[in-house]
Design a protein around this ligand. Structure first.
Ligand code: ZN
Ligand code: ZN
Length: 648
């Protein structure tokens, strides 16, 4: 630590993102700090982040806090604007409907929502509400923050039972609360907000859904109105277009059309069941990473779905993760479904003694994990309670980080390129609060940087965004309709080896701590599978397609020849459509089932001993030699080509 200066009574120090320090008066707000840095910045300030938490610009700072100023045009400022748009929605609703009770109205990743009780509204009413919001925006009401006492707040909220409930909790720790007022309307809210409703760009209301108060199905079902807001019309149009495309590709619909998976009331929420065609795709995905893992020297391990909570205490998950875990008693012991695979793998490593010559040790497991998301948030395969990670954990000597990370990066890039996914990378470095020595952090970060530099690839440096237990490299990739996804990750960990007292004996005959590396190539199979379904619209590449080839006999006279052909192609997933139906209908059915190739056999083919081939893009070729087609299929499958290309 640097030398401590004598503390002056009325000044405190805040830390800026570049690490420099700013001295400000004790009662300074976020906005005051911005003006202190520069008047231009002061004027542009929308909100602030105190130790990573988004707050209003009126919020006072405190000594030692990490301060980030949120200005117009940033991602965070979009959130602030959307939160302000949610207030306009509530104001519009209260202008149009009587006796509505307000619940909450936060921003989301791509918009906002507001929950109302006692509101009877349907999709047709949204246009009128949108019009009202537009008027509120045009009126350019000043958005004023007012801090009031708890008693005063209780009076103002006398008709708002849900707000009162929120107030009650808040009152335990605070003497005052803030209201935000615009025109005739106000809301209990911590903020932050834009300065006036005129600063809100274009607002669009998207849909209405039911939502339980606080996500708990024991509570009242309320009416949730979803919307979004953008700076300008063209951004909104782009968003609406992407949403339309996403809806057309919805994995829940395609998943049911192709019989890939189901999620049923009787089996429970967020608990996907994979049907044979879906499991076929998953098995191909699994075997792809199994090959990569094998080539990179990983060994497979297997751990159960449930552990005694002693393990979760030791790993630290119990303290930090308890609310997201399924925990239950058996006799006198407490158990929990595993939310992560890492502690199990650490326990396996710990069970033996290791020499530096044994390292690195690389464990892999397709490990099922369970995380208790709010029921209202569950959706298809994108938000689930049970999912499988293509997990890998490595135990390496500190000086060996670079080599291992390099191999992992190669594997991740291999996976992303196989699916034609463009990607970006980011290196997240040491945060303010962290465990581990300066030496290990510097050593690790410089090795990660060196891996990235060597590839000559651009990457974002996210300073201070690493986990408290180690730096990491995150990947973000883009699907066919331009949506951004995360999943693949390389995370260094200096904490778990401490907690599990993991050691190896070094060349010096002393005990040393290995560094643990967590890595996943897909991330969660569920999310990756969902992404692939929508990325390809269910038209999987040959190697992934649940049914790869379908043989269509033109008439019953060709049935026997059809089954001979199917036998010739039995190294593929092949079916014969032997239904009593017209060729036209059979072609249609194969197309609807998204089968990459159809082999059509009639009298001509039977006599000539060849086949006709048709692909799902409606191209057809006659007089095809069986051997030629077979060779092509093998190559297309084994090279994991992204599109059927026999007839291209
Ligand atoms: Zn609010
Ligand atoms: Zn892990």
């Amino acid at each position: 630590m640097s030398e401590s200066e004598p503390e002056s009574q009325e000044s405190i120090t805040v830390v800026l993102p570049d690490g420099s320090e700013l001295e400000v008066p004790e009662d300074a707000t976020v906005e005051d700090c911005a003006y202190e840095i520069g008047p231009g910045l002061g004027r542009d300030t929308v909100a602030g982040k105190l130790d990573g938490e988004l707050v209003a610009k009126e919020e006072p700072v405190y000594d030692g806090v990490e301060l980030e100023i949120v200005t117009e045009g940033s991602e965070e400022s979009l959130r602030v604007m959307r939160h302000s748009a949610s207030h306009c929605l509530a104001q519009a609703v209260e202008r149009h409907y009587d006796d509505v009770e307000l619940a909450i109205g936060p921003p989301t990743d791509d918009g906002f929502y507001y929950d109302f009780d006692n509101l009877d509204v349907d999709e047709e009413d949204l246009a009128a509400l949108e019009g009202e919001i537009e008027e509120i925006v045009d009126a350019d009401y000043e958005i004023e923050r007012e801090d009031v006492s708890i008693e005063e707040a209780e009076e103002r909220l006398a008709d708002e039972p849900y707000k009162l409930e929120l107030l009650e909790e808040f009152a335990d720790e605070n003497d005052t609360v803030s209201f935000y007022k615009q025109g005739e309307w106000e809301d209990l809210c911590a903020g932050p907000h834009v300065d006036s409703t005129g600063e809100i760009g274009v607002v669009s209301l998207l849909e209405i859904a039911g939502a339980y108060w606080r996500g708990d199905e024991e509570n009242t079902m309320q009416t949730r109105i979803y919307g979004t807001a953008f700076e300008d019309e063209s951004d909104l149009e782009e968003f609406i277009e992407q949403r339309r495309e996403a809806a057309e590709r919805d994995h829940r619909r395609i998943g049911s059309e192709m019989n890939l998976f189901s999620i049923q009331d009787v089996t429970g929420p967020g608990l996907p069941l994979y049907h044979p065609p879906g499991k076929t795709v998953l098995k191909e995905l699994e075997s792809f990473v199994e090959t990569l893992n094998h080539d990179a020297g990983y060994e497979y391990v297997e751990t159960p779905h449930v552990f005694k909570t002693d393990l979760w205490h030791r790993s630290g998950h119990y303290e930090n993760y308890e609310d997201d875990m399924f925990i239950f008693d058996v006799g006198d012991d407490e158990f929990g479904l595993k939310p992560m695979n890492c502690p199990g793998h650490a326990a396996i490593f710990q069970d033996q003694s290791w020499s530096y010559r044994d390292l690195p040790i690389r464990y892999a497991e397709n490990g099922k994990v369970y995380r208790k998301e709010q029921r209202g948030e569950l959706s298809g395969l994108s938000r689930v309670w049970a999912f499988t990670i293509d997990d890998g954990h490595l135990f390496v000597r500190p000086e060996g980080i670079e080599r291992e990370v390099e191999t992992i990066m190669d594997m991740i890039v291999d996976v992303l390129e196989t699916f034609d996914l463009d990607y970006e990378m980011a290196l997240a470095t040491r945060p303010e609060k962290s465990v581990g020595s300066d030496e290990i952090w510097n050593q690790a970060e410089s090795q990660l940087e060196s891996v990235l530099e060597k590839r000559d690839l651009e990457y974002d440096l996210e300073e201070g965004d690493g986990a408290f237990y180690g730096p990491k490299i995150d990947f973000a990739f883009e699907d066919a309709i331009g949506r951004s996804w995360d999943g693949p990750t390389v995370q260094l960990d200096f904490n778990m080896p401490e907690r599990f007292d993991l050691t190896y004996v070094g060349e010096d005959n002393e005990e040393h701590r290995p560094v643990m590396i967590h890595r996943a190539l897909y991330g969660s199979y569920e999310r990756f599978f969902m992404m692939l379904i929508e990325h390809y619209e269910g038209n999987f590449p040959l190697w992934l397609a649940p049914e790869q080839v379908r043989v269509l006999p033109i008439s019953d006279a060709n049935l026997e020849y059809a089954s001979e052909i199917a036998d010739r192609f039995d190294e593929f997933r092949v079916e014969v459509d032997d239904r009593d139906s017209t060729l036209e209908r059979k072609i249609r059915a194969a197309h609807d089932d998204r089968v990459p190739y159809q082999i059509i056999v009639g009298d001509n083919e039977q006599e000539a001993g060849n086949i006709s081939v048709r692909d799902r893009f409606e191209d057809q070729e006659y007089d095809v030699s069986i051997d030629d087609f077979q060779d092509h299929l093998e190559a297309e499958r084994d090279e994991k080509r992204t599109e059927p290309d026999f007839l291209q």
